[in-house]
Design a protein around this ligand. Structure first.
Ligand code: ADP
Length: 302
């Protein structure tokens, strides 16, 4: 369990995080979604004890990060994959972590294998790693102490499609075994695929939170028939307005009304369901546009 209560963090005049409260439960991936500069990293840094809160509190497994004995065995943290010591090899970094946590060296080999870093890659200096390799090493480091809680800041950055797929299944298995994961991303699609719970942050404030199902829920209906024009005619004659959407139509009418109209006209349906929520996408787009405007404005003034 991770808990964040009324957390605020200011840097000079910048209110990076503004009175946010949320928790992450075991057995679930909690996606922390927000455009660049929204306050995700700052929140994670406070949770991981790397920067003090201005106000409010955070706890991991019920205690402040600094009060956790041997924290690496309780909570795995990957905040900035580029922050690893560039002069050390991947294996050295993991070996150092294992020594600090009092773990057997066999754990280093296990983790290298888990993240698919080959023996020759593990011997190379991290300065020569691609971002994707650094992310893999960072995930290996976070998992080294076999913690039950993971905090990962943009772990998909730099991974190729196969790497992203690999990471998703790794995290899914971890959560399904009862692990707690807080994972940030500035990509809605990324969070939508992996997360069970979603927290949306913009300008330091939480603008939405809930289960993925809740946030993606929409009042609209999606309907599809093999004979698309017959379906459109059926809806029109029943007085139901609709708009084309992918291979079918969306409408504000309920699935029951749509089903009845199609049945009355003898149109066989392929699909009839609540439409994917456009609400979250719309909200996220607004947040992103807003923050990009902020950046441009700041740039103009500079
Ligand atoms: P995100 O991770 O969502 O991209 P951050 O938490 O990195 O967002 O940043 C939130 C805000 O806080 C931004 O405006 C950023 O410029 C500012 N910020 C972050 N870290 C510092 C710092 N060390 N000093 C000053 N401002 C910072």
């Amino acid at each position: 369990m991770i808990t964040v209560e009324h957390l605020s963090k200011t840097y000079g005049d910048v209110r990076a995080v503004d009175d946010i409260t949320f928790s992450c439960r075991p057995g679930a991936v909690t996606g922390f979604l927000g455009p660049n500069g929204a306050g995700k990293s700052t929140t994670m840094r406070v949770i991981a004890g790397l920067t003090p809160a201005t106000a409010g509190s955070t706890a991991v497994a019920g205690v402040r990060y600094h009060d956790i004995p041997n924290p690496g065995t309780q909570v795995g943290v990957l905040l900035d994959a580029s922050a690893q010591h560039v002069g050390r090899t991947g294996r050295e970094i993991l070996a150092l972590g294992a020594t600090t946590m009092g773990l057997p060296m066999s754990r280093v080999e296990e983790m290298l294998e888990l993240v698919s870093l080959t023996p020759s890659e593990a011997k190379r200096r991290v300065g020569d790693y691609s971002l994707g390799m650094r992310q893999r090493l960072g995930i290996a480091h976070a998992l080294l102490g076999d913690p039950k809680i993971l905090i990962l800041d943009e772990p998909a950055n730099g991974l190729d499609p196969a790497g992203i797929h690999w990471m998703r299944s790794l995290l899914r298995t971890y959560a399904d075994r009862g692990g707690t994961i807080l994972l940030s991303s500035h990509l809605l699609h990324e969070v939508q695929i992996i997360a069970d719970e979603i927290i949306v942050i913009g300008n330091g404030r939480i603008v939405a939170q809930g289960t993925k199902a809740e946030l993606l829920q929409s009042a609209d209906t999606f309907v599809q028939a093999a004979d698309a024009s017959a379906l459109a005619n059926a809806l029109t004659s029943a007085g139901i307005a609709s708009t084309p959407s992918r291979d079918g139509l969306t409408t504000e009418a309920s699935p029951e009304q749509v089903g009845k109209a199609a049945a009355a006209a003898g149109v066989a349906l392929i699909e009839l369901r609540p439409a994917d929520g456009a609400g979250l996408e719309e909200m996220f787009l607004q947040l992103t546009t807003q923050s990009q405007r902020d950046v441009i404005t700041e740039g103009d003034q500079a």
